[in-house]
Design a protein around this ligand. Sequence first.
Ligand code: ZN
Length: 153
Amino acid sequence: MDAIVNNPTKTGLNYTKFESGSLQSWIENSVEIPGLGKVPGKLFLKEQMGLTSTEISINALPAGEGMPFHHTHKQNEEIYIFLNGTGQLQIDDEVLDVKEGSIVKIAPNGVRTWRNNGTEMLVYLVLQMKDNSLAQWGLEDADVPEKEVVWPE
Ligand code: ZN
């Protein structure tokens, strides 16, 4: 919990900023998951930041460790974005090697687990959002207000 206390959330009119600390410090986070107990190295951001469209968790898994269970989802697609280290994702009995820069989308029904089989901390984001919920995307959703770009001195 210390990582949270030391990295407060700042909220403005149209934003929320959260300092998650260095990637290596993410291992200090933990979440309590009913039936599983305390899971180290994981922090969910929805409550932390008041997210309304996406659940994001930030994750760190030490070398040699792995999830002791498989899981699926009821309605949400998940996207795993690997930022550091090397590991493996097992999805429906197929094994994918992952490393810094790997991005994997998993459909709700995919039976998944993963491990760090490397020598460095496996650091990754997990984004969770309702399957097929995206109504518009990319430039289609962007507007460009008439406002000159000026930065304070
Ligand atoms: Zn999940």
